[in-house]
Write a protein that binds this ligand. Sequence first.
Ligand code: HAM
Length: 460
Amino acid sequence: MPRRKKNSPELLKKPEKRNEKIPNRLLGMKDLVGSEYRCFDLVVSKALEFSKLYSFTPIKTPVLETFDLYKKSTRKSTDKEFYFVEGEKSEKVVLRPEMTQGVVRAYLENNLGESGLPARLFSLGPVFRREKLQTGRYREFTQANLEIIGEKKPLAEAILITVAHNFFEELQIKTQVQINSIGTAECRREYGNKLLAYYKERGRRSKLCHYCKKNLGKNCLSLLDCKEENCVKLREEAPQIADYLTSESREQFAKTLEFLDELNINYNFNPYLVRGLNYYNDTVFEFWPINDDGVLLGKMALGGGGRYDYLVEAMGGPATPAIGLALGIERTMARLKDKHLLINSQEEDIVFIAQLGDQAKLKALQLFEDLRRSGFNVRQSFASDSLKIQLEEAVALRAKTALILGKKEIMDGTILMRDIDSGAQETVVYKKIKERLSRKDKLIEKRINNRKEGGLYGGL
Ligand code: HAM
């Protein structure tokens, strides 16, 4: 079977020559292997770490939910973006296209507001959208999702934006927050009418792209989001929603921006940011990548969210304000790769155990298990008999230290400790090896503690 070329936008096309006997993965879906999986693990672990740091309660909701859950609250005209699954009797069941509604359902079903508000909930996992394919847009992707339910104060906006901002910063990804207020449903209705009138005036309609023409009567605000050159030009003169906000919405937004200023968060008031989801009101925001000079690198959001003060009530609960955001794990991973951030460099303290001879192999296996249980980041290549090949493997893994065991060391009760970078070797008494390793890298304890808490989906 022909291999897909590395780095090609492989999600967008089928392999040229298919071997019909081998099943192919679905378009828009991705396999993660080796370093890509490690990259995924790194990003997911960071999201988990941050959720704990900022006191979010973990919650796992099912991947399958009823279609009814999304029918009202998701984008209009997106039915075709759902993956439908056969449910019980006539029940329409779908693969979740996002987490928010599932989390709100679980919040209501499990009375999570009982123990006091606000409830801060963190969830993580795959979501599915049958979207038009393009670079950075998958049909199965992973979201790390943070919701604050039961908080109206703009401090909630500031907290969420700070968490996401710091998450990207720790991964050395520079972002700029695009932020806007879309007000209440009433503000939007009034504004929508004005916008419609604007586009219908002076032959502007005929200059719009095919999609905007189609959306004009249905969802006029979505025209602001269009990336086609003509549509971008036309919107420059269009009325802005800021002029239609109620005094409460205006105050909420002003306070939010004030907090962001105080927190030194790089943001841009973007009057064209409307976000496509029906449940939002007031504050909406997205994280767009920028380069070291602060220049935007496209509009592919790495994360996004907003306020949804009416969703809990619309789903049958009491009137409860809420706000949330989702981080796109795959898009974050793509930014890490762009920057050639070597994932293996995160594992600087790898200890590689090499052996020579059968007797040493057994002893090395015992040492491996002992060090592993003590929390050291150990690796080995027991399948290999050649010391040269084993040490090459240690270099490839970016191990810092190799422990080498041969017949002589076993007889002497010692082990050879080699610094991979310098090649310097010393003989260490076998029983003192843990102590010696800990001294070599004082940071090791901190790392072990982190690892015990983290890991793939570790805390959930
Ligand atoms: P969203 O903007 O649809 O918001 O998705 C959040 C993030 O998921 C995006 O910023 C992006 O990083 C990632 N994402 C979205 N679509 C794709 C795709 N097709 N392929 C790869 N990554 C994608 C929501 O889902 C809201 N539920 C967020 C939220 C939570 N609002 C309130 N609470």
